[in-house]
Design a protein around this ligand. Structure first.
Ligand SMILES: [Fe+2]
Ligand SMILES: [Fe+2]
Length: 393
């Protein structure tokens, strides 16, 4: 039986920590081959720090070229969507046949949450794991998780202790941005590639930038990690659809597309909390955990389900993107999309009216803010002035 290591990661860029772990894994587990599988990264993220998918793939190719036991696969990148580990391993098994034992190579941080991974039971029962760990780094927690999954699933887990693992891609990117040397952290050929392609440069101008300003690209990356761990696949797909649509609507109607993108990523992070509660919970989370104080952004997330009177441009964008993102399928959604091309207020009103009719037909309680939002938009669209509206009230 052949023994194959599967090593997934963003590899942005790949460095000696990755290569060393792969080689240790190959030797310790007697692997015939280690396949590096760079993850797909949304193109919406590529205006910021990360290299493109193609560039990350190139860099892995260059880095592993001298090791005949190493290979690279573009299977996740070609799918052009977020892949779960279980999907990747299932596809590897399909391609490689039953007569192969697959070892998923990962790090301590990722493995600590293995029980929350999508289809973790299938993963732990059908595949082996190799964990690259640093001595002293969350050692007790890691041992506990390993013990638990071994006794519960009969999981096959190999823990490799590698003191030299303390190199990180993010630190390499920072050093490059700051113009500092990264020699001996990654192969020279990669340093040349990075230099030739101008990667990771000029993205952070610390001396000009307010040091207290939030880095929204970093926030987006962090919240993506969170939702990829929390949300089921359909909800995650919906969230990326809302992100795409929100950016499009924001650009079309003059809202801040950067903020719209972040709001979209947060909007359903706590969807399991219930239809009415989840917006407020997500907004509180943005504020408390990510220090986002922009009231407009917080409101866009807080009221994305109900709407409310006096919705801002950004609130309307998120509200509508949620209703018409490309994965939505319900009667009338195409009419709503057509209206969204022409008139944001009218499209929001159509969507609110649909919600009101639906909730009433189900005999459920309607949030008064939804009614107020609809009434407010009717006033706005009838062209009444603020004075007239006050008079009506
Ligand atoms: Fe929602
Ligand atoms: Fe949603």
């Amino acid at each position: 039986m052949r023994r194959i290591g599967i090593y997934g990661g963003s590899f942005d860029p790949i460095h000696y920590g990755h290569l060393h772990l792969a080689e240790e894994a190959r030797c310790m587990a007697d692997l015939d081959q280690v396949v590096f599988i760079p993850t797909w990264v949304s193109p919406f993220k590529q205006d910021s720090v990360p290299a493109s998918c193609q560039q990350r793939l190139d860099m892995v190719r260059i880095a592993i070229s001298s090791n005949p036991a190493f290979a690279v696969s573009d299977m996740e990148i070609l799918r052009e969507e977020v892949s779960y580990t279980v999907d990747t391993l299932r596809r590897c098994r399909e391609m490689m046949g039953e007569d192969v034992r697959l070892y998923f190579i990962t790090g301590t941080d990722a493995f600590l949450s293995i029980e929350k991974w999508y289809h973790s039971d299938e993963l732990l029962q059908n595949y082996s794991f190799i964990i690259g760990s640093r001595p002293g780094y969350h050692e007790e927690d890691l041992d506990q998780v390993i013990w638990r999954v071994k006794s519960k699933y009969g999981a096959d887990v190999i823990k490799l202790e590698i003191p030299q693992l303390d190199i990180s891609s993010s630190r390499i990117r920072e050093k490059i941005e700051d113009g500092r040397s990264v020699r001996y952290l990654l192969p020279d050929a990669l340093i040349h590639y990075i230099g030739r392609n101008g990667l990771y440069l000029g993205l952070r101008t610390d001396n000009q930038k307010d040091p207290d300003a939030l880095d929204f690209d970093e926030i987006d990356r962090d919240i993506e990690e969170v939702i990829r761990g929390r949300l089921k696949l359909s909800r995650l797909t919906h969230t990326y659809g809302v992100m795409e649509e929100a950016v499009r609507l924001a650009n079309r109607f003059g809202a801040d597309a950067r903020n719209a993108k972040t709001c979209a990523l947060f909007h359903d992070a706590f969807r399991e909390a219930g239809n009415l509660a989840h917006g407020a919970i997500a907004a509180d989370y943005m504020e408390e955990e990510f220090n986002i104080e922009d009231e407009d952004m917080l409101n866009a997330v807080r009221f994305h389900t109900t709407g409310r009177k006096g919705m801002s441009l950004l609130e309307k964008v998120i509200f509508l993107a949620d209703a018409i993102e490309p994965n939505r399928k319900y009667p009338g959604v195409n009419d709503l999309r057509a209206m969204a091309e022409k008139n944001l207020d009218n499209a929001c009103l159509m969507s609110l009216t649909r919600t009101i009719d639906y909730v009433r037909s189900q005999g459920q309680d309607l949030d008064p803010r939804t009614l107020e939002a609809a009434e407010d938009l009717k006033y706005i669209m009838s062209g009444t002035t603020a004075e007239e509206r006050r008079f009506h009230e």
